[in-house]
Design a protein. Structure first.
Lengths: 505, 505
């Protein structure tokens, strides 16, 4: 056990303790942060049972622990957690943060305050408002408003509730049943995130009332959307909310916001854009066209904790009109004494972390150009990866990426012997084809087994996903600024090597 | 402008940057943390306009900023934010955290991972589960489960949704309207937190369907509760959820959980305990009797970020049965591959911060006895404060505290000349009394104006609140471990001094 010098600091001198711990942990934290540190490689992601044993059963005693015991536990947390700072952590839609991000979290922790009312968080409030106002400019909301939420699901739920409170006023007080509401209907693409479903479930709208519009190549079909809106009106239902996705979770596709927002306007529906993942393209002159039409929608959510590397959690909700957020206000008098800077009144919660600090500090440090560079770098890497996959015999793209997600299968030799890549794709898309089931099974087998092998080595951390009726495939979102072409080469080689090894079994 | 040595670190060496910033900021952070640092005293909490000017307009440029500029901005955040570590920050139900709390946040920031699935957060997941299991033991849930949420409101909403999904199964899929649901009815005390209302609003139940049961001295009246349940059944409504409060926001009162849970059982209603504030008494042998009967309820939420000093945000939701949480599951296949350790599947969101780390580390460091000591210290100070108020001619307790909130008025001399303290309380409680309006206005005048004066000095930061039909009063929750009797003496003297000064105007 690593003996900590902090044991000799008086328990009563908390400042000296903090000072000593910051000193002691600094090198460990920098070491973990360092991009050259390998991923957890000790065989595998330990099973819960193995890990629990390594952690000594995670005791919780009546009596507390010494600084030495704490330092050793903190070291174990760092040692046994995957290193999201590593360029080959590509498992999820978030990855590394930055030194300024970590410093921002340290400051938030030191302040330990709450972003509900101005008087306890004056700087936080101004920083949050400043970022919201600036993002509204990028989006084109002239009189827009918004605030930060603990995650995209909360932003989306808030958008749905705000839309309902605004469009169907009696429900806020009377509820759906007593206001004799028609069944409310929500639309989203078949590739939209499940937080729309969770929102509808939470709101008592019901999962069945979330109409999934087909999404060829990941993009919601506007014609089918309009048909389904008409149909729901004919059925005597109450369509009220359409969710567009800007950057779908799996394929990274962008819905046609311009066209969809026009349909929404025609039928008086609230148009929301879930840009949790793809939203940061607003900062890039080269790619902002992907998200054209934003100024015509009613609300947008963007998660800077994904592609922009702001520390988790940081989710922005923007509305086209700032006063509309008071639809959610309950004016709790013990807390809110009437200040327009008391942002908490507009949220669905009460207290909130001071996340505005980290969004502001990251933006200030990197500048808008720095945010754009992160986005553009991700595109470059995804394009390089696509080229590599296309030039690799054993790999097949699911489709050409429109964003920074690359999706592909490993193709074993027996499949390659009998079909061209073109044919494989056609067969997978053809439910009538008699070869489909065989192909489907072979591809899923290789995806699962290569993934299992990768999990046990953890030289690369990537995930797989299903979509529509296709066999599971690898999905690599190039979110980390630290990934280079060399890493891409390594990924491709590694996957092919493992695939071939499995073929030999 | 303070010149930072980090300017000379290569922009490309992020690890060295982190190292340099940790060094540079360490003394500033320790200084802010130090309990002897005065509150922000530069006149007042600056107005948004003044503060914006001090912060140089919070620029967000195309180009980024230098380390020196960043360090100066970080220093300003620390300088212009109230110091929640200060023993006289008594404005809200949270205050100082601890060195281990801050270190835990630093580790969470370094990992920058997400607590939705085990494979990206193995240690976090085990720590969260360990704390939940241990808290279930304290509560008496033999087969209980739960998880952490970003705040009490989210925990309460999750409890309400879980209850509805479990008791009224068809609503999850069909929604309230198509499942021809009766109007759902929620019960809480007149002193319950407004997050119950927000929950009912979000869920489409409607604010009018939250029945507020009268709460003499802050405690929900069980007889009225039962009457109102019967009444709602007679009306053809569907009562389903009763919220008990353990530690009300303003008075700190505890509902009679034993009695209320029996009524719930009789009518088949879900009994929830909002113990956001008072929950930590479970750790104190001396005070856990306040919350007797917990083992008979269906769910409980406790916020360790309040009285236990775990960094904000940290809210625990516990359910009597762990499998019941899968009522909220949607099984998103791109994310969840079937692991029972993938906690995110049970939440209303998707991603979550790795807050389990800080709850575990704080518990490990302080031990259960250390948590109990925090609770008991708060009680001691509140009792001392009560004694001081009672012994001070110009102050009047609203009622004797049953927890750690002390609520009191300043009484100006003209009032004291004409009435005894007993009489004042009687008059305020008597709507028919002709002196009531005059007394009411005088007391509100002093509360507001003393508060305004305190805000401009910021030697003490406290808040005021209204309740029922009483004039606004000061509410001091003794949440900080750092408050001593000497601080209490100072508070009492300061308030009386300011009150008298106002009288002389």
């Amino acid at each position: 056990m690593l003996k900590s010098k902090c044991d000799s600091v008086s328990m009563n001198d908390e400042t000296e303790q903090l000072n000593c711990w910051l000193d002691t942990m600094k090198s460990m934290i920098c070491n973990k942060f360092s991009s050259t540190a390998p991923l957890l490689k000790v065989g595998n992601v330990p099973s819960p049972e193995e890990l629990m044993e390594k952690l000594g059963g995670l005791n919780l005693d009546d009596n507390g622990s010494t600084p030495t015991e704490m330092v050793n536990m903190m070291k174990m947390i760092l040692d046994y957690s995957p290193n999201t700072q590593h360029p080959l952590f590509l498992d999820k839609l978030y990855a590394s943060t930055s030194p300024i991000g970590i410093m921002a979290e340290l400051i938030i922790a030191t302040l330990n305050t709450n972003a509900h009312v101005y008087n306890v968080s004056p700087v936080v409030t101004l920083m949050e408002k400043r970022c919201i106002d600036e993002m509204c400019k990028f989006v084109g909301f002239v009189d827009g408003g918004g605030f930060l939420n603990p995650g995209g699901s909360q932003s989306i739920l808030t958008a749905m509730v705000t839309a309902r409170n605004y469009l169907l006023k009696s429900i806020k007080h009377k509820g759906m049943v007593l206001s004799e509401s028609k069944p409310l209907i929500v639309f989203t693409s078949a590739h939209g995130h499940y937080s729309i479903d969770k929102g509808a479930m939470v709101m008592g709208i019901g999962l069945d009332q979330v109409i999934k519009i087909k999404a060829p190549e990941g993009k919601m079909d506007p014609e089918e959307l309009e048909e389904k809106i008409k149909k729901s009106l004919q059925d005597g239902h109450q369509p009220f909310f359409v969710n567009c996705t800007a950057g779908t979770t799996v394929l990274g596709a962008f819905d046609n916001i311009n066209e969809i927002s026009k349909i929404c306007a025609k039928y008086g529906l609230w148009c929301h854009v879930d840009a949790s993942w793809g939203g940061p393209v607003i900062f890039s002159k080269r790619y902002k066209h992907l998200i054209n039409g934003l100024a015509n929608v009613q609300s947008i959510n963007i998660n800077p904790h994904k592609l922009l590397g702001v520390p988790i959690q940081c989710s922005v909700l923007l509305t086209y009109n700032k006063t509309i957020l008071s639809e959610n206000s309950l004016n709790a008098q013990y807390l809110f004494h009437g200040g327009e800077y008391d942002i908490g009144d507009f949220t669905l919660g009460c207290g909130r972390r001071a996340d505005g600090i980290k969004l502001y500090l990251c933006w200030m440090y990197f500048g808008t150009n720095g945010f754009a560079a992160k986005v553009e770098h991700a595109f470059e890497i995804a394009q390089y990866m696509t080229m590599k996959v296309k030039n690799t015999v054993n790999l097949l793209m699911v489709q050409d990426p429109s964003f920074v997600n690359t999706c592909f299968w490993y193709l074993p030799s027996d499949i390659l012997k009998n079909y061209t890549k073109e044919q494989i794709r056609d067969i997978l898309n053809d439910n009538q084809n008699s070869d489909r089931e065989h192909l489907f099974k072979r591809l899923e087998f290789y995806t699962s087994n290569i993934h299992k092998e990768l999990q046990s080595n953890l030289t690369i951390m990537i995930d797989y996903a299903p979509i529509d009726r296709l066999p599971k495939f690898f999905r690599i979102p190039f979110v980390s600024f630290k990934v280079t072409n060399t890493h891409v080469d390594f990924i491709v080689n590694e996957i092919v090597k493992i695939g071939m090894k499995i073929e030999e079994r």
